[in-house]
Design a protein around this ligand. Structure first.
Ligand code: PMP
Length: 426
């Protein structure tokens, strides 16, 4: 049996870990069947515990821009580990990573490192509230900003995959301060702002969304948000956990040509180790403890291993900016290939793509927000996912997730993937 050992490991895991996983989407609930367990990975390929090989289109959900076990990152971590793994005392490498991030990302002077994207977004909102002295925030249906309480209101990604976009355990008191708008609907946001005049601290969004499939912001929407925020004294928060150092060296701010007030990072900035970060102009960051009164802290924040992985990753990106052209070209090739196969087969679909983020939706209307993303044919998605898995292609196991290409993927791998789409039963 192809997945025998993975299946046995899943059975064992379920005895001790809720659902057998430490993050819900991994459990394959949305697509049925059982997850594969990974033994090791190198470059573009994952190898599971049954020694099946897969071309990997999730790259650890985004971080691994150059593929798995990338030598510069690996060596940096190994060398650092020999010198001690954690001190809880300042180290030089934190400043080096901060300096490089500030150089690469537009419009930020200072950055604070945390351990996950969740922490980054949670802390950024606290900072925005502390800075503005206002309580309410606006978020968009289908955007995911991690699992802290304020964001589990119509959240995308795993939350919606599991049918619990509003999680039990989030109090009414917290929920009332999170106002909801629809992605790409500027008029709706303007109405909310007018109805809550002077009360909105922040508008938070994924500048290119990746948690309801990949969704591209319309020009008037994203520029309109910037203008509205400036007019109303609201901080514009770009959640660049997916897009940061992936769409461009300067993330979505650079790719879209828009300055946000606070930007949040995760994934690529840690090179595959647990790092998150939030950053802004010095005047905003000055409100953060110990400079200012807004409290935020972390035992493992700025951890030397995590910082060394991040520094190696950002250094590679800084020195090889052509990686973005290469990734975008590969993603376009995949897009055209899948599109042509599905069209030839007469299968209704939409494909959204921005840089190295792409998603395939089995529906006949353009996918521009959460409601249109939810119209996709999930039975067909399941067949597509498993059809590809069985042929050695690993896609995100949910129709609400974007793929993340890594530059170790070759054109031969892309051809193999397109062929797999041609062969899979849909
Ligand atoms: N924001 C966005 C846009 C994300 O995609 C994610 C995770 N996929 C998060 C925040 C949360 O990051 P983490 O899982 O590292 O807590």
């Amino acid at each position: 049996m192809r997945y025998q050992r993975s299946s046995a490991l899943f059975t064992e895991a379920k005895k001790y870990i809720p659902g057998g996983v430490n993050s819900p989407v991994r459990a394959f609930k949305a697509v049925g069947g059982e997850p594969i367990f990974i033994k090791h990975a190198k470059g573009a390929y994952l190898t599971d515990e049954d020694d099946n090989e897969y071309i990997d289109y999730i790259a650890s959900w985004g971080p691994l821009l150059f593929g798995h076990a990338y030598a510069p990152v690996l060596n940096a971590v190994i060398e650092k580990a020999k010198k001690g793994t954690s001190f809880g005392i300042p180290t030089e490498i934190e400043t080096k990573l901060a300096q490089l991030a500030v150089k690469m990302v537009p419009n930020i002077d200072k950055i604070r490192f945390v351990n996950s994207g969740t922490e980054a977004c949670m802390s950024a909102v606290r900072l925005a509230r502390g800075y503005t002295g206002r309580d309410k925030i606006i978020k968009f249906a289908g955007c995911y900003h991690g699992h802290s309480d304020s964001f589990l209101i119509q959240a995308g990604s795993g939350a919606v995959t599991f049918g619990s976009p509003n999680s039990p355990g989030v109090t009414q008191g917290t929920a009332k301060d999170t106002l909801l708008a629809n992605y790409n609907d500027l008029a709706g946001v303007k109405q909310l702002v007018a109805a809550n005049k002077g009360e909105i601290a922040a508008i938070i969004l994924e500048p290119v969304a990746g948690n309801m499939g990949c969704i591209i912001p319309k020009d008037d929407f994203i520029h309109g948000l910037r203008e509205l925020c400036t007019q109303e004294g609201i901080l514009l928060l770009f959640d660049e956990v997916m897009t940061g150092f992936r769409l461009a060296a300067g993330g979505a701010q650079e790719a879209l040509g828009i300055d946000a007030d606070i930007v949040m990072f995760g994934k690529v900035i840690g090179g595959g180790l647990p790092v998150g970060a939030f950053a802004a102009r010095a005047e905003i960051m000055a409100h953060l403890a110990p400079e200012g009164p807004v409290y935020q802290a972390g035992t493992l924040s700025g951890n030397p291993l995590a910082m060394s992985a991040g520094l190696a990753m950002l250094t590679e990106i800084d020195e090889k900016p052509e990686v973005f052209t290469s990734l975008a070209a590969k993603t376009e090739y995949l897009h055209k290939g899948i599109e042509s196969v599905l069209t030839k087969r007469g299968i209704t679909h939409q494909i959204n793509r921005f840089g190295s983020m792409i998603s395939v939706h089995f529906c006949d209307q353009p996918v521009t927000d959460f409601a249109s993303s939810a119209l996709g044919n999930n039975d067909r998605f399941k067949a597509y996912f498993h059809g590809l898995l069985d042929q050695g292609v690993y896609l995100p196991p949910s129709a609400f997730e974007s793929y993340f290409l890594n530059d170790a993927i070759s054109y031969q791998d892309l051809d193999k993937t397109i062929e797999a789409v041609e062969k899979c039963k849909l």
